[in-house]
Design a protein around this ligand. Sequence first.
Ligand SMILES: NC(=O)c1ccc[n+]([C@@H]2O[C@H](COP(=O)([O-])OP(=O)(O)OC[C@H]3O[C@@H](n4cnc5c(N)ncnc54)[C@H](OP(=O)(O)O)[C@@H]3O)[C@@H](O)[C@H]2O)c1
Length: 307
Amino acid sequence: MLQQMSLAGRFTLPGSSLSVNRLGYGAMQLAGREGNKLVWGPPRDVDGAIALLQEAVASGVNHVDTADFYGPHVTNQIIRKALSPYRDGLVIVTKVSARRGEDGSWIPAFSREELTNAVHDNLRNLGLDVLDVVNLRSMLNVHQPAEGSIEAPLTALAELQQKGLIRHIGLSNVTRTQIAEARRIVPIVCVQNHYNLAHRADDTLIADLARDGIAYIPFFPLGGFTPLQSDTLSEVASRLNATPMQVALAWLLHRSPNVLVIPGTSSLTHLRENLKAAALHLSAEVLDDLNAMPKQNAGVPTARSEK
Ligand SMILES: NC(=O)c1ccc[n+]([C@@H]2O[C@H](COP(=O)([O-])OP(=O)(O)OC[C@H]3O[C@@H](n4cnc5c(N)ncnc54)[C@H](OP(=O)(O)O)[C@@H]3O)[C@@H](O)[C@H]2O)c1
């Protein structure tokens, strides 16, 4: 029997009864890879992926992030196989607005029909009647937030919410202007943008969302396909008898109480290592050292190999 960890305390999504541990799990890494097609097809070890999810939840993870375009469909089907019937209190957060091309590309799928299909794909593949949280992921620029109205797709998603298919709505890959626009249309419970020790464009946005009780959920918390690597991170980690990835996660958890982390891994060893980051205390001195690390646009940390 695995011991359930407290996993960095809890956070309740605003206006909801959904309360999650601040350290969760991102399921994107569970899909496979086929040549240059990332997050594509089944993993080499499906049973291993199932065992990993089951251990995550048995250890206290109650926030799993996913999308039906991971695989596509594969990751959600593995989640269903591993975790359904879902235990009470498990919150599955998914995202819509992209589909996959045969070449593995990520294609915007923002129309009312595409969003409706995406919500039904998620329901079917996860084996759910209603989705806890659906993030509308802006695809105006695939790689980074780009200005432009999201009113039309968000209105379509809000209608699916009114039909009872979605409990709560979040946003991903968005600008401050788009968040403000969205909040005039529908309550927003979380924002999921690219953010980590080296990529800190959202520093002030995190504080602003915290004031309104909205969760900020960094994607690529460990650097994504090119995991973080820096001398400072390694030096701090060895000082604390921890690993660089544990320090990177602990730093995020120390950033602000509204930050929830969803590190992704396909490795049970890495999962166990990452969960222990919840208990890692960073002193003010250590935080100063980490905060002084150069940001990505200053050219450091360096990237490790592509996955
Ligand atoms: N909204 C969006 O647009 C968006 C975009 C990307 C991701 N996401 C979500 O965010 C989640 C997290 O992002 P991510 O999985 O892409 O990136 P991530 O969590 O920053 O990093 C994952 C990478 O780090 C490696 N890793 C994990 N733990 C490690 C450890 N302890 N030691 C060494 N390496 C380790 C993984 O390899 P191993 O598998 O070998 O451990 C994988 O290559 C995703 O799973 C997904 O749910 C959302």
